[in-house]
Design a protein around this ligand. Sequence first.
Ligand code: UDP
Length: 471
Amino acid sequence: MREVDFGTAPLTPYRDVLGAERLDRLREAAEHVAVALHGRRVWNVNSTSAGGGVAELLHALLPLARAVGIDARWLVIDGDPEFFAIAKRLCTRLYGAPGDPEPLGSEQLRHYRKVTELNGTALAEWVRPGDVVVVHEAQPAGLVDVARRLGATAVWRRHIGRDVPNEHTRDGWAFLRRFVEHADATVFLTEQHRPDWAPRPHIIPPSIDPCAPKNMELTEREVLDVLRCTGVLGGGDGEPVTVRPPVGERIEVRRQVTAVREGPPPPATVPMVVQVSRWDELKDMEGVLHAFLAADVPGSYLTLAGADVEGVADDPDAARFFDDCCRRWAALPEEDRRRVQLLCLPMEDLRENAVVVNAVQRHATVVVQKSLAEGFGLTATEAMWKGRPLVASGVGGLRDQVVDGESGLLLGDPHDLGAAAGLIRRLLTDPELARRLGEGARRRVDEHYLPDRHLLDWANLIGSAVAMEVV
Ligand code: UDP
């Protein structure tokens, strides 16, 4: 287990985005909590510091929590490949998909417990009685009971889910429930994912960080320079590009993306449909590919972009899904292959990676998030903040985020490729609708999914927890 070093956010850039009034309200609430905590710490425990939604969320929130006076910390658990394969299977089943064909039986339980025990021993070195420990997701869930034994208040936060339970979710819960049902409180991203038995449940949607490299403003010039220099678009001369985020050091973008495509990179002028996601069956990149081709809008181009499959420590299946997707692409007729690129974005430098994601999203004419199941779908929030018109499956948190026809278009049945194609075509061919939905999307994020609202929700939860010594 190791501690992630994340520093303290400067508040001025947040004041510029949120306005003084919103920031003052947040500081006031945080002050009350800091007084109630009285020197006790708020630990967050998860399974990776890079890649995926949980890491993204913690990077966005914790430096700001510190800046307003909460002693927030972040620990990442250790595990061997077998443990991560079990945890991945568990997460996939909780999403409602079978995942790999292996079981979640007594042998897996034994191994999960063994790794949990090792992490538990490490946790005891950090956590003191009275601290608050927020355990994120299924991988470290076994630490809920450990934290309680250490005298801490243990909160389990779930980030994934399936709207309607099925045999796979039941399989997942049969494994996981025992580890989380004694938590002092549980937190869900959306009401739809809360099981009946959840102890002291709270609904807290996540937020994005508007000042982070992923979401900061970029000029049109910067967007094009970044995309050309990394090889997402054609016309680059290989020269690195430097951008200056409102928080932290300047960022040099220079690494090339790994691209699977036919012919040269597309020019900046083509209308671009984009999905940015992990390479995972539930993100349905292949479905996006087929829906895009079926939309059949002349001159348009599709970019499917995901983190480099070598770069995400807790996701052993990514390479397999990327390869599957490449095979689907390779089997297309040449004229179709010429309209689609599959990109792996380098993960060596996370801030550089974030700037590339930012530029890809900003450049998109239409953003798609055609997930078959979704926890919340931060990629959608990110694109909406950039004022992009979005087609999103009506599942999980995507359904909360997108008000159909106001802040994007919802795809009722995420498996319906014909309907997905129709929505993509609508946005590509109706610029006025696309503009209106893009503006609505930006407003929606401003009102609901920025860090001040998120931290206020946590301040309430932690405040009530420490006030009563139990949530
Ligand atoms: N992401 C990233 N680099 C990449 C691809 C994705 O940082 O190359 C980020 C993406 O911007 C988003 C997160 O990974 O912030 C994915 O979160 P989401 O909630 O969409 O899905 P999850 O991966 O947690 O299922």
